[in-house]
Design a protein around this ligand. Structure first.
Ligand code: AMP
Length: 454
């Protein structure tokens, strides 16, 4: 199938060509005819399948063939994270270049002023995160009375982040007579129920589960926890890398590891939920353009973001689920390019390694870096991931889903005589302690839930 067969507006066909798309991806071939027809669609597809263009091209085509209706929004795309919203908006602008279709973003963490101004000036497409959109709807700043198409993107992640109640409230402000497209990487029961509720006779399309690219080679590097950073630095020095995406378990670790890489002479940035929106955009933009060779990120901050040309993914911390492993390494080896996925592992990671191997259907090779001192002793006091003492004043918390702070974040750190922070049971290791190799399962779960808020 070719793009011509969809008979898009000639301007759109030119933009498609300019972007270098020669033929539609499977999700585009399946979904676009139904979207053009005006049908509801349930799409099972992850980032990297071309799903954004699958809904955006038909939306642009339809909007170009009908007149703007004052300042009323005609298409609304709801996405879980600000980065994804920016990315979708960027696609709308690229695919809709030199058309008169206006697309804007609406999300929290930045001033409302410009968003309200943009809405007042008339936006055909609004790409929004649920919280801020709901605020603006309640203030009467968004006119959704003439909405034609609603897209819920990455619905499962929105559900995971606790946005479902907000979405239901937003739905109550939309005209019933509309087209609804729902995209989700997975189909848990709650998403199925939501789909049943809001979609009418949908066309169900799916782009096969993203299997790890065969062009990716995997390697496990067993190492003591306190030597992870040293091994990471050595690995990067001894490997011919282009751009490297490093994943850590927590926001704090992402920040610290990026700082340490910076001190070792690498151009590195971190991408994690504690950064301001500008800093996040700077990190992603800089990484895409090659200003930063290394991006150190948490799963949530990096999820859904399309970053091409990653030569190496390095799991500084093993992910918490096998699916997250496939998702992380899916960032490399794209478009038939080769890529490498390295994972630094300790004894405690064995159950997760087995689970990943079961998912991949083959064992992961164990590797050793020559001339690396694997027996270097742990420092008496490992300060690698220590946090600076916090002022006692309580921090303001937005309380909005997806913007919660880590469960430890508000605790001021009291130092004891030997400089260690007092916290909980001394006999048990803490999350950021270096030279330990024991982490009970319930602690792992707690860490995971705090990481999910990164
Ligand atoms: P998405 O799944 O929407 O995040 O898209 C992933 C990447 O695929 C983006 O960089 C798109 O620009 C790119 N893409 C989308 N459609 C096509 C296509 N038909 N041919 C080549 N690349 C595409």
């Amino acid at each position: 199938m070719t793009f011509e067969s969809f008979q898009f507006h000639p301007r759109l066909n030119e933009n498609i060509k300019d972007l270098g798309y020669t033929e539609p991806t499977p999700i585009q071939t399946q979904a676009m005819p139904a979207v053009i027809e005006g049908r509801d669609v349930m799409g099972l597809a992850q980032t990297g399948t071309g799903k954004t263009a699958a809904f955006m091209l038909p939306i642009l085509h339809k909007l170009m063939n009908s007149a703007r209706k004052g300042a009323a929004v005609r298409a609304l795309v709801i996405a879980p994270t600000r980065e994804l919203a920016e990315q979708i908006n960027e696609s709308a602008r690229e695919l809709g270049k030199k058309t008169n279709i206006r697309s804007i973003t609406v999300y929290g963490g930045v001033s409302m002023h410009n968003q309200i101004k943009n809405l007042r000036n008339g936006a055909d497409i609004v790409v929004a995160c649920p919280g801020r959109l709901l605020d603006l709807i309640r203030q009467g700043k968004v006119n959704l009375t003439r909405l034609e198409t609603l897209v819920l993107d990455e619905a499962d992640q929105m559900f995971d982040m606790g946005f479902l109640p907000d979405i239901k409230r937003i739905l109550s402000f939309l005209p019933e007579e509309r087209q609804t497209l729902l995209f989700s990487a997975t189909m848990p029961n709650d998403i199925r129920r939501l789909a049943d509720e809001i979609l009418t006779n949908p066309e169900v399309v799916r782009a096969g589960r993203i299997a790890p690219a065969e062009t990716v080679s995997h390697a496990l590097y067993p190492v003591l926890p306190h030597l992870k950073t040293a091994l990471l630095v050595e690995l990067m020095r001894k490997t011919d890398t282009e751009s490297v995406l490093v994943f850590t378990r927590t926001k704090h670790r992402a920040k610290k590891v990026a700082e340490q890489l910076g001190r070792q002479g690498f151009s590195a940035a971190s991408l994690q939920g504690n950064l301001s929106q500008n800093k996040r955009q700077e990190a992603i933009g800089g990484f895409r353009k090659g200003k930063f060779k290394v991006l150190v990120a948490t799963d949530i901050a990096a999820r859904g973001i399309d970053i091409n040309l990653v030569s190496h993914v390095i799991n500084y911390d093993i992910p918490d689920t096998p699916e997250a492993y496939t998702h992380r390494i899916g960032r490399t080896g794209r478009a038939a390019k080769t890529g490498d996925a390295y994972t630094l592992v300790s004894r405690e990671d064995r159950p997760m390694i087995r689970a990943i191997e079961r998912l991949l259907g083959s064992p992961l090779p164990l590797c050793r870096l020559e001339d690396f001192d694997y027996d270097a002793p742990a420092p008496k006091r490992n300060t690698e991931f220590d946090r600076p003492p916090r002022p006692a004043a309580p921090r303001r918390d937005s309380g909005r889903p997806g913007e919660k702070k880590s469960f430890r974040a508000n605790k001021p750190a009291a130092a004891s005589a030997d400089g260690r922070k007092k916290s909980g049971d001394w006999s048990k290791p803490r999350r950021d302690d270096g030279p330990v190799s024991w982490r009970p399962e319930n602690q792992r779960r707690r860490e995971y839930s705090s990481q999910r808020q990164a």
